[in-house]
Write a protein that binds this ligand. Sequence first.
Ligand SMILES: Nc1ncnc2c1ncn2[C@@H]1O[C@H](COP(=O)(O)OP(=O)(O)OP(=O)(O)O)[C@@H](O)[C@H]1O
Ligand SMILES: [Zn+2]
Length: 654
Amino acid sequence: MAKVDGRSLHAKAILGSELYGRLSETKVLLVGAGGIGCELLKNIVLTGFGDITLLDLDTIDLSNLNRQFLFRKKDVKQSKALVAAKTAHAFNPNVKITPIHGNIKEPQFDVAWFRGFDIVLNALDNLDARRHVNKMCMAANVPLVESGTAGYLGQVQPILKDRAECFDCVPKPTPKSFPVCTIRSTPSQPIHCIVWAKSYLVPQLFGEDEDGGELDEAEKQGENAQEIATLRKEAQAFKVVRAALRTPQTDGQGSSAAKMVFEKVFHSDILNLLSMADMWRSREPPTPLDFEGIRDGTFVMNKKTHKEDTTAQSAPRATSATNGSTSNGASTSGLKDQRALSLKDNVDLFVASTERLAGRLRAGEDTISFDKDDDDTLDFVTAASNLRSVAYGITSKSRWEVKEMAGNIIPAIATTNAIIAGLIVLQALHLLRKSYHALRNVHVQFKPTMPLSAISMTPPNPHCGVCRDTYTEVRCDPARVTLGELVSGILGEGGEAGGLGERDVSVYEHTRMLSDPDWDENLERTLESLNVTRGKFLSIVDDESEYATIQVAIGVLPPNHPADGSALVLPSTLPVPPRKPKPAAPSTPPPTGTKRSAPDDDDVEPSAKRQKTNGAAPALAPFTPSKKKRLEDDGLLMLDNPDETLEDDVILVD
Ligand SMILES: Nc1ncnc2c1ncn2[C@@H]1O[C@H](COP(=O)(O)OP(=O)(O)OP(=O)(O)O)[C@@H](O)[C@H]1O
Ligand SMILES: [Zn+2]
């Protein structure tokens, strides 16, 4: 006992015995047991938090060990949550740590479950999970501390409904973007070639087949006919190489499919581009590559097309010589992945990786997409991007560099995680003490004179599509409750009887419209048949845009609910949402919550100002050719006019 007192002496002295005493009872949910999560778990155990639930979906990877100090080599492949809980428990055996190996988005982690916590701490690495936890905390009205690091940079944001901005009040910067024409025909930097290989070539060759229907549709919609014709021609040519990659090879044919791909993308396509003389008036034209010539050593680059390498530290130019193996010794001295590849090395790697990927397709894999940890796709992207770089006179990159650039990897720094984890505890303590005036948005920044900046809290964005909604919850059996029963139950009779009363509303689940005033067929259907089940939300949107949206969380019936009891338990007080603020003046940016532009986000907030439908499916978004879409999904910005320019690249901090 004396030992335990000694352990807590400092924490008690700093926090005061009242707060310290309360911490042992405080129920905290920690989401993520990675770089920040491991540091944070250690901190909260040592601070005196007594009841911790730790959740992570992943298992330990060898590459985690340099900064996730609760893990050892023997733990590799074990559950992060379980191992972290076990290691940290030894720091203070009085603490109860409940590890959960699971995804925070699973339905059992519903609003009622979140409400069981006094505070939630996020230590996640992706926007999607962060948005989800933010919304659940808004619905359950539980304080949240959000955090993230990227190299030397980091941020901690305390979030409390109605008092401070939520995670979605401010739009998130989009990841690096490039104009599509730069990627498709006029690359000038290694990253342009890497994005081309990863986001265009890999899906074209190994991704889903396209039936061309979308192009027909695009034509009908009056899109640029010349561009569609080019896309169609390109799609046709890809069909042939796609088929070759999927056809079993007979002996001796070894690299024929790979050669076909090579000749299409590094020879014919470049010849096609060269034929558009206008394009090359003010820029260096690319050089078509010659497969056999490179392999037998007779290929000579047109020296004039090569700009000199200006980045002294980048990998030595693979193309400075005519051909052959690298002559500068880097190939043997550096680590295998860090060596510079010669032009011939790249062709060999291109053939070998194409064959490996083709082999996987032939063995039954449906589609293959780029994954930095999938060696076959990384080799392919390394070789293909380097070959394109050679053709355009751009510096080649080593496999190591390509992995870093293609995987958008910003090296994680243990010290930044440690600083951030400390700051999270400080903000969590302010929230638990209800010292709201002390809350700060804290940034760790790369400024030696001011490494930390603390900003006072900003009130919620009045137009936020997440925290300005009104949240409520029903407990029900989705197999026995219809959509109509739920909606009229929640709207109630209005006035003294409670609720908003009957009104014209549209109902959505996520982005799916389920009904609107002119389309009521689904109101008769059960929630289950509409796939509206535990953990999901129904959004009830006022058709007149007069009141804020009601978000109804779907929960399960209480365990002691009688079998013959009602299948729907409404909240004891029906929600009456506040009136909506006046729309922002035209000069201000669009409402952030409702028009989120992060490229990984398909979450279009329900809006009463939608196009009316004739009662069938909801109106479709304006047509976009699928290739454009795919590039956009990858964080590329499509410019309509090739002369448009972009501001400096924006990097997403997560
Ligand atoms: N939806 C989710 N549910 C539960 N845990 C999640 C979810 N999304 C991400 N995580 C976890 O959040 C943690 C984030 O930690 P971190 O950023 O250090 O990533 P990492 O995977 O450990 O390292 P790296 O990505 O750098 O290899 C990871 O352990 C990850 O498994
Ligand atoms: Zn918000």
